[in-house]
Write a protein that binds this ligand. Structure first.
Ligand SMILES: [Zn+2]
Length: 363
């Protein structure tokens, strides 16, 4: 029996027996724990690979990508100042892509302490990439992503991706128009969450980091690119929208539509992550702007969140082989197939509450 009819390549493992209650639609997944592959075995294989890898593999490659992005970010201001329309628009595109590499890819690695071996330096750079350059609080990123999304992946009411849903919006508006509001929404959501979750001093710290950062960017555009204040704000808005549509897409494609577990009946970690996470294919732009851990190695990232993007890519064949050889699901689908699947099944995926799965481990 196929688990998911659309796109994903997995079969119901021999150690799982899923029964659907016709009245409540609750799925009970009886899993034979004696046959369920042990996370410890995979973890040992991955940690052996990490220990035998050089600093270059563990951190260096990603530092080069982030540094090149920072240089492109700066250089884009001269391109934007060009009187030739093609060069001007290329500048906005380069600014947009480098903005995502710094404020999304690098910030994501740093909030996971995966940017370097020092916790303090990860923290320092996460304030620079997230607060100063991205107008988003690194503290809130930590709360939402590290404390909630990762440990509670696909647990209903905790890490079930419901924050990405806007059921009042029609499908095409949600998928292709609403993402264009992201540049304005990101700072607002950050402030709202800070007010709700954090003490005053953290709100003040975020404001003191973010808004001078934004003002400095406007100043750069007005002095280096020689645009007016209004044009500078428009350039920032347009550049931050260069990848806002795929940003929303990958965030919903990764988990929504896969099993969502009840809080009382949580699965073992290896089962939670392999049933509840999907990998997209490699993509020349998104690999460098979002990172492998978000794109083609999302399952690896959820199993080993402290690995850098480059290390996720390195251990991917090992993790994939482990899952497929031992009967665990390993969800993969193409970007276009996911878009079609979400447009076709928008109501069941993005409007209605997801069906709940109860994990029952059999000894
Ligand atoms: Zn993550």
């Amino acid at each position: 029996m196929s688990w998911y009819s659309h796109g994903t390549r997995s079969t119901n493992p021999e150690f799982s027996n899923r029964i659907i209650d016709e009245n409540t639609q609750v799925i009970t997944d009886f899993v034979d724990l004696r046959k369920l592959p042990e996370f410890g075995i995979l973890s040992k294989q991955v940690s052996d690979t990490v220990h035998s890898s050089s600093w270059w593999d563990r951190y260096g490659v990603d530092w080069v990508i982030h540094s090149v992005a920072a240089m492109c970010w700066v250089a884009s201001h001269w391109l934007i100042g060009s009187t030739q329309p093609a060069v001007h628009w290329l500048g906005i595109f380069v600014l947009g892509c480098s903005h995502y590499t710094i404020t999304f890819k690098a910030a994501h690695m740093l909030v996971h302490d995966a940017g370097c071996s020092s916790k303090a330096w990860n923290r320092f750079w996460s304030f620079i990439s997230s607060d100063v350059l991205g107008c988003f609080s690194a503290d809130i990123g930590y709360n939402i992503h590290i404390k909630c999304h990762h440990p509670h992946t696909n647990i209903v009411g905790l890490g079930d991706s419901s924050t990405w849903k806007a059921p009042f919006l029609p499908r095409y508006v949600y998928m292709f128009l609403a993402p264009l509001l992201l540049p304005a929404l990101i700072p607002l959501v950050s402030i709202k969450e800070l007010i709700e979750q954090e003490p005053l001093w953290k709100i003040v710290r975020h404001v003191l980091l973010s808004y001078p950062g934004l003002a400095f960017h406007v100043y750069l555009l007005m002095t280096v690119s020689e645009v007016t204040l209004r044009e500078a704000l428009l350039v920032i808005f347009l550049s931050r929208n260069v990848l806002s549509i795929p940003y929303i897409h990958v965030n919903i494609f990764q988990h929504i539509g896969l099993p969502m577990y009840s809080q009382q009946h949580r699965p073992k970690k290896i089962y939670q992550m392999t049933t509840g996470v999907l990998n997209l294919p490699r993509n020349i732009i998104l690999d460098y702007c979002f990172g492998h851990s978000i794109m083609s190695c999302h399952t690896e990232h959820h199993l080993f969140p402290r690995l850098s993007d480059n290390m996720c890519l390195k251990v991917k064949p090992l993790v994939r082989r482990f899952c497929l050889e031992r009967g665990l699901p390993y969800h993969e689908d193409t970007y276009t197939s996911r878009v079609a699947h979400f447009l076709e099944n928008y109501n069941s995926l993005m409007v209605n509450a997801p069906p709940i799965t109860k994990f029952v481990g059999l000894q």
